[in-house]
Design a protein around this ligand. Sequence first.
Ligand code: ZN
Length: 445
Amino acid sequence: MDSNNFRFLFLGVSVIFTLAVAYILTSPNSSEQEVVVSQLAIPAIDAEPTDLLVKNSDIGKTIALIPKKADFQYTESKILTHHIKQGESISTIFSSLNLSKVDLHKVIHANDLGRQFASISPGKILYINTGSNGQLQQLIYHKNSIDTLKAQRSADQFNVELISKSVKKTIASTQAIINRSLFLDGQDAGLSDKLIMQLAGIFAWDIDFALSIRKDDAFTVVYEKVFVDNIEIDKSTILAAEFINQGRTYIAVRFEQEDGSAEYFTPDGKSIHKTFLRTPIEFARISSRFNLKRKHPVLNRIRAHKGVDYAARTGTSIKTTGNGKITFRGRKGGYGRVVIVQHGQKYSSLYAHMSSFKRGQKVGSVVKQGQTIGYVGKSGLATGPHLHYEFRVNGVHKNPLTVKLPKAKSIKKSLLASFKKQTQPLIARLNPVKEEMLIVHYKTE
Ligand SMILES: [Zn+2]
């Protein structure tokens, strides 16, 4: 397959990646998948399926099942599915359903577990089973995909119990050499699409998955599988990964802190998220800010100013704010001499009105954060020497001075020991898998 075809294969997935990567990067809790939780929330209760007012296909949708107080009448035994909304409490739900407050009191004070019904969370589901007389028989609350709280009427009292599914976690590893596409070869290596997207998200800062993946790139992944009641659920998490892209090796390892929060780092504890320099130029003053309704000083009419201007002497060095690749270097109308740097898939930066470019660089050159790419000038439409700097996120202009940039925190010194202890065995697991991969690779060639 020639490189054009190969590249074409990636165009299709690039959109998915952009979305996925954006999701992964913006969601601190991307492992929390409500869909999974809700699917598992199908009540395992002592009722005939025909009694259920909610179909499996409806689970996950928001269904308003709160009847009006006045015209609500119980005619038969029912299981109501109530999606808990923000601001609701077990008490207000009981009121809106005309259920007995005395029964609620009995549930909550049945035993130590009963009290947990008082701290239900919005977004979750309550199943309320009533008899033909409208009296509460059973109250079920799925706390999470593993634990279910159940209150069962027994004569005039309630028994409350916590039913927990068995959870088992195992560590698996796999590897692939890219031959067709990241998705196809990843699937062949046993990874779900979600895990493949996790992998792309982890390395999104270093690797442009849309354009820079090549045949013979390779990856190794060590990941955790989760089984609930011996059934694997779609909650696998990458624990360590290595990606070799065009001969460069990137390694990331997941570190989970005591509070359960987790991030990926390099093996020596540096964040894999690269941040940007806020300012591409030293010793300059801002002469014009990001302003969507600015009167243009040369054109003398309202024209959005989608960047920041830094007034500086002609010849002052302009530095790229982040690691990336030069995607444009040349003249661009009113911008004069321009350099555009692409940083992964999500971010790009633009530097305009240059007097000259840095020698030895061209379109496609890889540049490092802080590296000089050109010099201040007044080429194009400019009243005086200045740098016009733009920052785009997913192609949209953002104010470079205020745009929220991902933090690149290294591991805290105080955590370094536990970081090493937790991550070294994972990194060690990458190596034998890699060796195995090389043997397989040479055998097939
Ligand atoms: Zn400007």
